[in-house]
Design a protein around this ligand. Structure first.
Ligand SMILES: [Mg+2]
Length: 390
């Protein structure tokens, strides 16, 4: 069996979009002096789909959500030619070939995102060829179902935040994640507003549900150090990406303070990147995203490393490429789940582009033992609301 073609398409949403509210979520561009739409670096409304086809007509489906037009060019110009004529079951060899032949520019970022999309497609293809779900190829079930947390609760008026948090309680979730809307430039008044957000959500969900808080790299070390003692009273399960991904020492130092567990990793890449984070004791929770970190081939190695360090892996974003790994690893106690919603940040596009994603039942997700591969396919239901770039 040989790979015959690698097809890439970018799907850009041209349908209705919910405009971002003020103080929606902090992000790394907040420190710049521009006062325009800093959320532009946070929202993304395009998705890359990568299809790897074999001579017998089987197609593996991969995807990536970072800078999809550039990732498409990287696959088309560099990686696709390396794959033609190869056996899709040679995943480790193919991963190393892609990684080593473009090592000068692909270790992190765009190149690794492209490798991730292809690698996910290869695992989907292998599953389809043998008629088994991907998690069965990764070691099978380690849990009867996957606990998941509702991840949204962006900054908004407190009564609306309260109602949204209550809706997740009503749906049976026992864990939720909220976003901070204010950062270093907003001074003590912003700190107070952030604390009002946390207090509101904690009040709604009560003491017996997990509460996680997201900074999306919008704070600085100094700001985070001042916020952490104030957050301690709310029993936060983790504080996510308080500083930019390159500030590994910042993560280590914040974690050492011991007020609140620190999570991160959705902007880190490969086994080597996570080895650094773990060796430097930077994280309490690992949050790689399979469609950035190097695909399933890289993610499963990080799972093994995390198991050795006894650090939990709770991948960024949920979605099928992450759920299969979560099902197959004892290092992964839980998954993120983005509630299905009108297109806003861009995370929601996954549901508009693919069908087959499981929906939570009382806070748990289930994967089908009999659906081959990842178990998703392209949906045509909303195809008219996308511009398709071939
Ligand atoms: Mg995050």
């Amino acid at each position: 069996m040989k790979i015959k073609s690698v097809r890439t398409r970018v799907f850009e949403w041209n349908g209705k979009v919910v405009p971002p509210a003020a103080n929606f979520c902090t992000n790394a561009a907040d420190l710049l002096y521009e006062r325009g739409d800093s959320m532009g670096s946070f929202r993304f409304h395009g998705w890359l789909v990568c299809e790897v086809e074999t001579e017998d007509g089987s197609i593996g489906l991969g995807n990536a959500a970072l800078a999809p037009r550039v990732v498409k060019a990287a696959i088309d110009q560099y990686y696709a030619p390396m794959l033609i004529g190869e056996d899709p079951f040679d995943t480790e060899y193919l991963w190393q070939k892609m990684y080593r032949k473009t090592h000068a520019w692909s270790r992190k970022g765009i190149g690794m995102t492209a490798i991730s999309a292809i690698d996910i497609a290869l695992w989907d293809l292998m599953g389809k060829e043998v008629g088994r779900p991907v998690f069965k190829l990764l070691g099978g079930r380690t849990k009867d179902k996957i606990r998941c947390y509702a991840s949204k609760l962006y900054g908004q008026p407190l009564d609306a935040l309260r109602a949204e948090a209550q809706s997740y309680v009503d749906q049976g979730f026992d864990a939720v994640k909220m976003r901070f809307g204010w950062g270093p430039k907003d001074g003590p008044a912003g700190m107070r507003k952030n604390l009002e957000l946390v207090a509101t959500v904690r009040d709604v969900i009560g003491p017996d549900r997990d509460l996680m808080c997201e900074c999306y790299m919008g704070w600085t070390f100094e700001y985070a150090r001042r916020m952490l003692p104030k957050l301690e009273a709310y029993d936060i399960r983790w504080l996510e990406e308080p500083v930019i991904a390159d500030d590994i020492e910042g993560y280590t130092e914040l974690r050492k303070l011991g007020h609140v567990p620190i999570s991160g990793g959705e902007h880190e890449f490969t086994l080597a990147g996570f080895q650094q984070l773990l060796d430097r004791r930077a994280l309490d929770v690992i949050q790689y995203d399979t469609n950035r970190v190097g695909g399933i081939s890289a993610a499963r190695k990080i799972n093994a490393l995390a198991e050795a360090y006894q650090i939990p892996v709770i991948p960024h974003a949920g979605q099928m490429h992450n759920y299969h790994l979560t099902m197959a690893s004892t290092a992964s106690p839980m998954a993120e789940f983005f509630p299905v919603h009108e297109v806003e940040v861009g995370n929601e596009l996954f549901y508009y582009l693919f069908k087959g994603e499981p929906q939570p039942d009382n806070g748990f997700l289930q994967l089908d033992d009999h659906k081959p591969g990842l178990g998703i396919e392209l949906s045509h239901e909303h195809i008219g609301a996308f511009d398709v770039i071939e």
